[in-house]
Design a binder for this molecule. Structure first.
Ligand SMILES: Cc1cc2nc3c(=O)[nH]c(=O)nc-3n(C[C@H](O)[C@H](O)[C@H](O)COP(=O)(O)OP(=O)(O)OC[C@H]3O[C@@H](n4cnc5c(N)ncnc54)[C@H](O)[C@@H]3O)c2cc1C
Length: 383
């Protein structure tokens, strides 16, 4: 059965997230974009509204909402500000390795704590010399006296400067390549953890993006998530769950771009008629509406598959690359619809275009998503 309608619960989540976005995010979005400060007050309100850990199972203190419900909420938050939305969404995203592969004790301890005490999380994969090539990370974890000792530096970490817990990927044996990568949970307060440079970004400026270093950080054996060498698989599974959400966030930004551009095109007249009546403008808007609808469906399908436990690696990559490229096109076209006014900060679409760019970069670049889709095609052909 294929049913595209939202359930009453999903409609309620959408309404709640939309109202939160309009009341708490939209009025301060420009201010945080300008200052580049972390929106602590908004994130606190998001915790109160149960928007932060909505997707964590109820038995561990989360909201217990499904993956699709989460996408619906993320689209609403991102339509108001992708940067602030990222500050909210990164927490449950970073918790995915624990949800997927944490032991019962780890889930009770860590998921219970982050939900109950409203703690923040970050996911530490990327390193200065290991971006797309995740398998080449050099952060190490060696066993010593019944503990792991973690050393290495991560970069571009969302929530890096504000997180209470880091999910860190390190190699227990570099000679094993990706089979040596292992996941750990590391508290911010652990000795040897330090936060470095905060990036001054083009867009999504409210999000806190920093270097994080681990200098001989000792964690107990119980801080390891899954088995030794399982980390690469955990990263890939995490991306399969997170990419539909990133795609939904891009849909939210594109929707905002269309909304602004449509309003403007109906109000702005040149040559005696609203510019909307010029076919070149109307077709741009029509293409935006078409692509937003297609992107949303791809995101929903990939999210639904994740929720059902179906392998969605190709679909998650399709949703991510389509929506990443789509939001860049939509926001660029929105600037075009505004003409010169689109290029200045007094009007909203300039920010949307800056916010859009990173959707083609983080959570795996658009090129890497195409590689994943290509490999899935070949695998399906050969099996
Ligand atoms: C705002 C922001 C937030 C981020 N948040 C996080 C976070 O929370 N946690 C985290 O771990 N990381 C995070 N990242 C890092 C992000 O995931 C990486 O930037 C991304 O994976 C790309 O890695 P790179 O920047 O090293 O680029 P590179 O891997 O050096 O790529 C450079 C270019 O080469 C292309 N390229 C590389 N390899 C191939 C290939 N095999 N085939 C074709 N093209 C290729 C890429 O597509 C890209 O265009 C964040 C990044 C940004 C900008």
């Amino acid at each position: 059965m294929i049913d595209f309608s939202l359930t009453p619960e999903q409609e309620a989540i959408q309404k709640m997230a939309r109202e939160f976005a309009q009341k708490e995010i939209a009025p301060v979005a420009d201010e945080y974009d300008r200052s580049g400060e972390y929106p602590e007050a908004v994130v606190r309100k998001a915790f109160e509204a149960e928007l932060v850990y909505g997707s964590i199972p109820e038995e561990y203190g989360g909201g217990g909402v499904g993956a699709l419900d989460q996408l619906i909420a993320v689209e609403e938050l991102s339509a108001a500000c992708a940067g602030i939305s990222a500050c909210i969404a990164i927490n449950s995203l970073a918790a995915i390795p624990l949800v997927l592969r944490g032991s019962e004790e780890q889930k009770k301890k860590y998921l219970g704590t982050i939900c109950r005490e409203e703690k923040k999380m970050a996911l530490c994969v990327t390193e200065p010399e290991a971006g797309s090539d995740v398998a080449s990370i050099t952060t190490s974890a060696r066993k010593l006296n019944g503990e792991y000792v973690i050393s290495g530096s991560k970069c571009f970490i969302t929530n890096g400067g504000v997180a209470d817990y880091y999910i860190v990927f390190a190699s227990v044996d570099r000679s094993k390549g990706h089979r040596g990568i292992t996941a750990f949970i590391v508290p911010r307060e652990a000795e040897g953890v330090s936060v470095g440079k905060r990036e001054d970004k083009m867009g999504q400026r409210a999000a806190d993006t920093t270097d994080v270093s681990f200098d001989e950080v000792k964690v107990p054996l119980a801080a390891r998530i899954g088995e030794e060498g399982e980390g690469f698989r955990i990263i890939m599974q995490t991306f399969n769950h997170s990419r539909p959400g990133v795609a939904a966030s891009a849909v939210g930004v594109a929707r905002a771009a269309l909304d602004h551009a449509l309003n403007y095109s109906l109000q702005r007249s040149q040559f005696g008629i609203p510019i909307f009546m010029q076919q070149s403008i109307m077709f741009m808007l029509a293409d935006m509406a078409r692509d937003i609808t297609a992107g949303r469906l791809l995101a929903w399908k990939a999210g639904w598959m994740a929720e059902q436990g179906i392998d969605n690696s190709a679909e998650a990559a399709m949703a991510k690359v389509f929506c990443g490229d789509m939001v860049m096109r939509a926001t660029t076209d929105a600037v075009q619809v505004y003409g010169g006014y689109g290029y200045v900060k007094d009007y909203p679409v300039e920010k949307l275009m800056r916010d859009a760019k990173v959707f083609q970069i983080y959570e795996g670049t658009s090129q890497v998503q195409r590689l994943l889709i290509g490999r899935a095609l070949a695998k399906a052909k050969m099996s």
